[in-house]
Ligand binder design. Structure first.
Ligand code: AMP
Ligand code: GLY
Length: 421
């Protein structure tokens, strides 16, 4: 069997590695992959905006299954397109991908099915938005509707910040804006909650807590994610039941009622307020870096899980996990999330010795003349599984110190809330 993975981040390297050990797989292709995937698969550079080019490559090389990592191709309808050419593909279709592609789509679904979420209003122009922010309480949250690579969310403490957000969004900073969302600010603690579904059955796929801010103590600018730990310290059975019955199940029902199903990973970004879950956002994929944190704990055949989803047989497939704690620390290029230097050599990466329960997943890296270079903001993901979070983090710190890459930085406090308990 030949498998293709779309994407180039730590998430895709983690998926690639989990599939790599499975005997039934004769070849893995990554579109375009990174220096890490290059060692265990074939990296293929294509124009991913051109679905025809991708389809031709898949058919020519007889690839049996495609796994889509990031949201953009999903929102653009890659699943519908490839399935239209009889290609097996794991991921949600274009309509279901609106859960991430349009925050307003999701908010309207929440309203219709009584899904707990922050109170909100939809505004169609600068004037009506400004009228509202003049009389509201602060902080408030202002969001662009469509995909914005995690950048279209403004937490505003005062009216001047809110005005700036409204002006930037309507000026087209995140693409042409017909409207925007203004939300109540929810004060609580975030949790990433994952399920996998074949359209008929859904199964849980772990929890994590992501550290999105660049600096220690969760301060500084927002990033794609500086690290994560799994399971989330907030997780318990009672909360799990509430999340499934109040949030996930009504969402799947809502999609059914508009004539579609959900196949793929679904990632609910939740705010837990006094033990009650609120939906902040949906993502129609695995999280990054949550995927790198969660997948090494999987004690089942990932290929079988993907295939059973494509064949609507997830009910026949067991998903088992190692009973371990997992931490991921992201090594970033200096300057991230602002300006970074491109193409910096990562010396000594090949000399890095990792233990049994340790992983180093690549993200923004390329390989040239057998040397690995950093080309992105988030460069490497160090993951360790252990019986407790503290020893997992300790092990990662040792590996990062031994790599001693002077082009990068990382947070030393990932998982601190779970560790100090
Ligand atoms: P999103 O892209 O919707 O996940 O938003 C990015 C981040 O903004 C989230 O991870 C939260 O930290 C924060 N956020 C978004 N919406 C809210 C809200 N209504 N209340 C509090 N924080 C929020
Ligand atoms: N961990 C945040 C995201 O994947 O969007």
């Amino acid at each position: 069997m030949k498998v293709g993975i779309i994407g180039s981040g730590g998430r895709e390297h983690a998926i690639c590695l989990a599939l790599n050990d499975i005997r039934k797989i004769e070849e893995i292709y990554c579109f375009p992959g990174n220096a890490g995937t290059a060692k265990i698969s074939k990296n293929i550079v294509l124009n991913l905006e051109d679905f025809d080019e991708l389809k031709d490559f898949i058919l020519l090389n007889k690839i049996d299954l495609i796994i889509v990592g990031p949201e953009k191709p999903l929102v653009d309808g890659i699943v519908d397109f490839l399935e239209g050419h009889n290609i097996k593909v794991f991921g949600p279709n274009k309509i279901a991908s609106q859960l991430e592609g349009s925050k307003i789509f999701t908010k309207n679904l929440c309203k219709k099915y009584n899904i707990p979420t922050a109170k909100f209003g939809i505004f169609e122009n600068v004037d009506s938005s400004i009228q509202f922010i003049k009389k509201t309480k602060y902080p408030i949250v202002i969001k662009a509707d469509g995909l914005a690579s995690g950048k279209g969310v403004y937490i505003c403490d005062k009216i001047s910040e809110a005005k700036n957000a409204i002006n930037e969004i309507f000026a087209g900073k995140f693409g042409k804006a017909k409207n925007l969302l203004i939300e109540e600010f929810l004060k609580g603690e975030e949790m990433s909650y994952f399920i996998i579904s074949d359209g008929k059955t859904l199964k849980k796929f772990g929890t994590a807590q992501d550290h999105k801010r660049v600096s220690e103590g969760d301060t500084g600018k927002n990033t794609g994610g500086m690290g994560a730990y799994s399971p989330s310290r907030l997780f318990n059975e009672a909360l799990d039941k509430k999340i499934l019955s109040r949030i996930i199940e009504p969402t799947i029902k809502g999609l059914k009622e508009i004539g579609t199903i959900y196949k793929g990973f679904l990632y609910a970004g939740l705010m837990i307020v006094d033990g009650e879950p609120y939906l902040i956002e949906y993502n129609v994929r695995m999280g990054d870096p949550e995927c790198q944190t969660i997948l090494p704990k999987l004690n089942s055949d990932l290929l079988e899980i993907f295939l059973s989803c494509c064949d609507e047989k997830l009910h026949e497939t067991d998903i088992n996990w190692y009973n371990k704690k997992s931490i991921c620390v992201v090594l970033c290029s200096k300057g991230y999330p602002d300006q970074i230097k491109k193409k910096i050599l990562i010396k000594d990466l090949d000399n890095l010795i990792l233990g049994n329960d340790e992983y180093c997943f690549h993200a923004g890296t390329i390989i040239e003349n057998k040397q690995t270079y950093a080309i992105g903001g988030r460069v490497l993901n160090f993951v360790c599984l252990s019986n407790d979070f503290l020893s997992a983090r300790h092990q990662i710190m040792n590996s990062l110190k031994s790599l001693n890459w002077n082009g990068g930085f990382y947070r030393k406090d990932i998982g601190y809330k779970a560790i100090s308990e």
